[in-house]
Design a protein around this ligand. Structure first.
Ligand SMILES: NC(=O)c1ccc[n+]([C@@H]2O[C@H](COP(=O)([O-])OP(=O)(O)OC[C@H]3O[C@@H](n4cnc5c(N)ncnc54)[C@H](O)[C@@H]3O)[C@@H](O)[C@H]2O)c1
Length: 339
């Protein structure tokens, strides 16, 4: 039998608890040996439900354990660069939730430590593992419908996260659009320039910390294609996830996946099923698949499917979008080059 990879999860809140559950129930290639949260009671509740024996408050304890090969980081975003650096220095392979960081310097320092340590790093861009987006990627990249010309991404959440979450998540572009920036790169390639506009139309409380809840980003790609990303924190009809790429000889489109395909007819016409409520439902299989592939990369010593550089470029695009908002102008991605 092939060996299992010993892994630990750091941060067992909303996203971390999903990864813990998947590791225990759906990823037999992994052996989840411990979980950690600074709120010990949160981790303990997850451990009790899944019969996990080892629960710690301080992640350094896990990093000191030579039997643990890999860690999955699902802590609050501002802690990512520090935990990545500590984990890499301890020789652990790393799966880190998006975004890698909220700041370029911190992120580059962490990536340098990862490189020096020679450990693997995968970033949690779950949408790359969706079967529809993967099929579009194959079609567009094979050239069978010509060259890509226009990309449209519509990505709207059903409701805003809590104020507590919003306060330190990096704001719209680094927390939410970051997924769409990665999707744009995955489908079309590198972005050359972007221009962002936005407003606060839903949650006035976020004005105090300079966030936005309604945004459109236009993109110019290095290969000449252009695109838009349309984001809202509130689509009351459900989690709206659509994409279209117009190419010189055709188009590829992903529509929303309703909970069922039932159409109910009555005197008011036909009614279709609801959209999935949020990311947990829409992307449930992707969260399993991304971590399963990470574990297999560690086990078989293969490169990870979403690299540190992918994570870095998405953050750079997020920072460029904030710069575009502040300076009210198109921003070249080369403005973020390291000289
Ligand atoms: N890929 C996705 O679809 C997706 C969805 C939601 C959130 N996320 C990302 O996941 C991360 C966590 O988000 P969340 O919504 O689960 O937040 P959360 O607040 O629910 O959970 C974060 C947990 O980390 C713990 N924590 C913080 N610092 C710690 C430390 N130093 N050591 C151990 N534990 C620590 C907190 O106590 C908390 O329980 C964020 O970076 C977010 O961007 C990704």
């Amino acid at each position: 039998m092939t060996r299992k990879v010993n892994i630990a999860v750091i941060g067992t809140g909303r996203m971390g608890s999903v990864h813990v559950t998947n590791l225990v129930r759906q990823i037999p290639q992994a052996n989840l040996v411990a979980i950690c949260d600074i709120r010990l009671e949160v981790a303990q509740a997850v451990a009790d439900e899944l019969d996990i024996q080892r629960v710690v408050k301080d992640y350094h304890e896990l990093l000191a354990d030579p039997s643990i090969e890999a860690v999955l980081i699902a802590t609050n975003t501002p802690t990512h660069p520090m935990i990545i650096k500590d984990a890499a220095s301890a020789g652990k392979h790393i799966f880190c939730e998006k975004p890698l960081s909220l700041e370029l310097d911190d992120m580059d320092e962490a990536l340098a430590v990862v490189e020096k340590a020679g450990v693997k790093l995968q970033v949690g861009f779950n949408r790359r593992f969706d079967k529809s987006f993967q099929r579009v990627h194959q079609i567009v990249n094979s050239g069978e419908i010509g060259r890509p010309c226009i990309l449209h991404i519509i990505s709207r959440d059903p409701e805003s996260p809590t104020m507590e979450y919003l306060r330190d998540c990096g704001g719209m572009f680094l927390d939410m659009t970051i997924h769409d920036f990665d999707m744009a790169r995955f489908q079309i390639g590198e972005v050359d320039e972007l221009y962002a506009i936005g407003n606060v139309l839903l949650t006035p409380q976020i004005i105090e910390f300079g966030d936005l809840d309604t945004t459109v980003v236009s993109l110019k790609f290095a290969n000449g294609a252009i695109g838009t990303i349309d984001n809202s924190r509130q689509a009351v009809y459900g989690y709206d996830q659509r994409l279209e790429i117009l190419c010189t000889d055709g188009a590829a489109r992903v529509d929303n996946e309703a909970e069922t395909t039932i159409q109910k007819g009555d005197r008011d016409g036909f009614h279709s099923a609801k959209l999935p409520y949020f990311f947990m439902q829409r992307y449930a299989p992707c969260y399993v698949e991304e971590v399963r592939q990470f574990v297999e990369c560690v086990r078989d010593d293969k490169p990870t499917p979403v690299s540190g550089q992918d994570g870095r470029m998405a953050v750079v695009l997020g920072l460029a979008a904030w710069k575009s908002i502040r300076e009210k102008r198109p921003v070249k991605i080369s403005e973020f080059d390291r000289h």
